[in-house]
Design a protein around this ligand. Structure first.
Ligand code: NDP
Length: 284
């Protein structure tokens, strides 16, 4: 068996083509959706992610503003910028690129973003709403993963889903979305005993670990759907996921590649959330 590739670039393009209708609608009301991205520090990967987000906004007709701060900036400067953006009617979404330098209280920074502009869905209020099943904004990475299932017609009801990773930004919201969709969800992490046994039960396997190629073919149930969230840079400079794609693709029924899988879908869903926010602001 060779798995069907879940192509994030192709699905992202398809969804983004549909956004044109929304931006046109908003333009007819004199509104241009706007996203502000804040980056603190010089982390190379974060710089790439921010650049990609800003470029994607330009292509989708979304206004974007980028704010760069040195890694040793006083946190108050960043709080002041967030307060300014919260009050700016041109801005419908505010994103603070994580991770933040160690002298920042990341949770306090995220909480400073106005709930209606929290397009990453990371504020406690948004997390609670997601848990209750009526999210204000769905965190972009798990949202993108869910779009793969929807687009490929992959049923989740009654399926065994295993999410490896329990971070607030990927693993936990992913598990919550799968549970709401009717899957029976197991969340694994660094303390999990016998990870392989858990993975082998998974009809739906999501890897969000940050360990290159850790999920090998012998950990994948034949016919499983494999979503690889990981983005890891190898010593030769190439990117790879948390799943050993070359071996796992012979066991899985569907699999996302890295790059070109979840990554472009994360950006697509960020655009979707920003548009949604602009639409809500219009009708508020
Ligand atoms: P975190 O480091 O916050 O979380 C990693 C999770 O993996 C933790 O829950 C950790 O467990 C678990 N873990 C670590 N080692 C093991 C192990 N040996 N066995 C089982 N579980 C383990 O990472 P993120 O969730 O932020 O990101 C995960 C990956 O996804 C990264 O590669 C990141 O770059 C990528 N990413 C990709 C995005 C995209 O758009 N494609 C967006 C966001 C992230 P514990 O909690 O016990 O420490």
């Amino acid at each position: 068996m060779t798995a069907q590739i879940l192509d994030g670039n192709a699905l992202g393009q398809k969804l983004r083509a549909g956004f044109k209708f929304k931006t046109d609608e908003l333009a007819a009301h004199g509104v241009r959706p706007g996203l502000a991205v804040i980056l603190v520090g010089e982390d190379a990967a974060s710089q790439v992610y921010v650049r990609n987000k800003v470029n994607a906004c330009a292509q989708a007709g979304i206004h974007s503003e980028k704010y760069l701060f040195a890694s040793d900036v006083a946190p108050q400067e960043v709080f002041d910028k967030i307060a300014e953006l919260n009050a700016d009617p041109k801005i419908h979404g505010i994103l603070v690129q994580l991770p933040l330098p160690k002298h920042f209280d990341a949770e306090a920074v995220l909480e400073a973003i106005a709930a209606e502009k929290d397009v990453d869905g990371f504020r406690a209020e948004n997390v609670g709403a997601l848990m209750q099943g009526h999210p204000c904004f769905i965190p972009c990475t798990p949202y993108g993963a869910m779009k793969f299932f929807e687009d490929a017609g992959i049923r989740l009801k009654g399926k065994e889903a295993v999410v490896v990773g329990r971070s607030n930004i990927v693993g936990k919201p992913m598990a919550m979305l799968l549970m709401h969709a009717g899957a029976t969800v197991t969340v694994c992490h660094s303390q999990t005993q016998d990870l392989k046994a858990h993975c082998l039960r998974a009809d739906i396997l999501v890897a969000a670990i940050g360990r290159p190629k850790m999920i090998t073919a012998d950990m994948v149930k034949p016919g499983a759907v494999v979503i690889d969230v990981g983005i890891n840079r190898l010593p030769d400079g190439k990117l790879c996921g948390d799943v050993d794609f070359e071996s796992a693709k012979h066991v899985a029924s569907f699999i996302t590649p890295v790059p070109g899988g979840v990554g472009p879908m994360t950006i697509t869903m960020l655009l979707a959330n920003t548009l949604e926010s602009a639409e809500r602001a219009l009708t508020a």
